[in-house]
Design a protein around this ligand. Structure first.
Ligand code: NAD
Ligand code: USQ
Length: 404
């Protein structure tokens, strides 16, 4: 329906929780550029993990305060900033009462599978942070903004790798002659991925019980770094993780090629996942916000554009590296994780396309530009951080400390 009442002073208000992170920063700027009224909520814990583990982003990143000041001076647009922990309900309540969001995009979780498998205390932190944070957001919506749309970042990893096609959230099953549409079975394979399953269950329940409107974006692995907004100025540059704890497959491979490190294929390399360009992350989130779920509806979208095995990614990066005259080798690393290394994988991903997603598919040119990007920051690469340092089978209760 056409809403004639909303003039420029009644822009849709979007609260981006986790807006200082990789996906959140790019999304916050994009929505602000698209004339949404944006606030960022973040406790900066991601920057603390780097300090504690001795890691750093490939790209130099400015403080959140300088980022927001720079955005204002480049575009004239304001982003409101709330620094705090969403697990603190009093803090979260104040942000809701002050900002009054029409939509909340929730990126604010501990998102690394290896981090959640370091030791007992990190496993417990991950599930406490993620599950309680999301519960608090649900309570805040119920208490202060019951019409607010929750757009929650989930993960394709909630489904695991079943030997049948993966549907978008629900599957229709006929059992003993009766038929029902049920939540798709979840088989997560780290304490992190499991935290997302627990979140999904809590969200689904509150949609039913309280009439919350929610969209769970089961996102695949994100790659890339530049977006139209982050490239406006070097102080707006996004973070780019390549280390064995926070770095994800394709981004890591590009950095490995840049420093002449062999590509770290874990195990047999047949592990297949859905992948997407960070420019599509921001597009998908915008589409979800522009087309909100109904009251009481728990919508699930599978958010990725193409699927690749680790071996396929390694060969694409090898080809691109050779084109640039680089020597590329592949190393078969004993798999630090417990996961299927050869399996069937066919996941549906049509709902976002139906809403208008125009995917940026992985092309030679993108890998070329990512490689050149990694080469540009070669001096900042710490090769010691590349090999995996967390092993699923070795997790113990003893706190694992990082020695200098
Ligand atoms: P990130 O770690 O770069 O960003 C997360 C941000 O949330 C950080 O800035 C962190 O400080 C903040 N945060 C964490 N806990 C918080 C809390 N309790 N209170 C306030 N702020 C908090 O992660 P990302 O790569 O941008 O991922 C964002 C979301 O997208 C996550 O939920 C992740 O599970 C999901 N996701 C990411 C990928 C990927 O490949 N990066 C893929 C699929 C899904
Ligand atoms: N892998 C390698 N070599 C590497 C790094 C990874 O072979 O150097 C393999 C892993 O074993 C795994 C696959 O590549 O089979 C993907 O691993 P990843 O580290 O790129 O991604 P993952 O741990 O699944 O987590 C990332 C994000 C997480 C998000 C998830 C989406 O960190 O927040 O939820 O991607 S998904 O994979 O769809 O669950």
């Amino acid at each position: 329906s056409h809403d004639t009442s909303s003039g420029p002073s009644e822009r849709k208000k979007v609260m981006v929780i986790g807006g200082d992170g990789y996906c959140g920063w790019a999304t916050a700027l994009h929505l602000s550029n698209k004339n949404y009224e944006v606030s960022i909520v973040d406790n900066l814990v991601r920057r603390l993990f780097d300090h504690q583990l001795g890691l750093d982003s490939l790209t130099p990143i400015s403080s959140i305060h300088n980022r927001i000041r720079r955005w204002k001076s480049e575009t004239g647009k304001n982003i409101q900033l709330y620094i705090g922990d969403i697990c603190d309900f009093e803090f979260l309540s104040e942000t809701f009462e002050s900002f009054k969001p029409d939509a909340v995009v929730h990126f604010g979780e501990q998102r690394s599978a290896p981090y959640s498998m370091i030791d007992r205390s990190r496993a417990v932190f991950t599930q406490k942070n993620n599950v309680i944070g999301t519960l608090n957001v649900l309570f805040a919506i119920k208490e202060f903004r019951e019409d607010c749309h929750l757009v929650k970042l989930g993960t394709m990893g909630e489904y695991g790798t079943p030997n049948i096609d993966i549907e978008e959230g629900y599957i229709t099953i006929t059992h003993n002659g009766r038929t029902d549409t049920l939540p798709y079975p979840k088989q997560a394979s780290s304490f992190y991925h499991l935290s997302k399953v627990h979140d999904s269950n809590n969200i689904a329940f509150t949609c039913k019980a309280w009439g919350i409107r929610a969209t769970d974006l089961n996102q695949g692995v994100v790659y890339g770094v530049r977006t139209d907004e982050t490239e406006m100025h070097e102080e707006l540059c996004n973070r780019f993780d390549y280390d064995g704890v926070f770095g994800t497959a394709l981004n890591r491979f590009c950095v490995q090629v840049a420093v002449g490190h062999p590509l770290t294929v874990y195990g047999k390399g047949g592990q297949t996942r859905g992948y997407l360009d960070i420019r599509d992350t921001i597009q998908c989130v915008e589409l979800a916000i522009a087309n909100p779920a109904q009251r009481g509806e728990f919508r699930v979208f599978n958010q990725f554009t193409e699927q690749f095995s680790v071996n396929e990614l390694a060969s694409l990066v090898t080809k691109a590296g050779k084109k640039l005259g680089l020597k590329v080798q592949t190393l078969s690393v004993p798999n630090p994780r417990v996961e299927a290394e050869e399996h069937y994988y066919n996941a549906k991903h049509t709902k976002l396309v139906e809403l208008g997603l125009k995917p940026h598919l992985l092309s030679d040119s993108l890998i070329d530009s990512l490689l050149n990007f990694a080469i540009k920051f070669e001096d900042r690469i710490d090769a010691k951080q590349i090999m995996p340092s967390v092993f699923w089978r070795k997790i113990g209760v003893k706190p694992k400390t990082v020695a200098a």
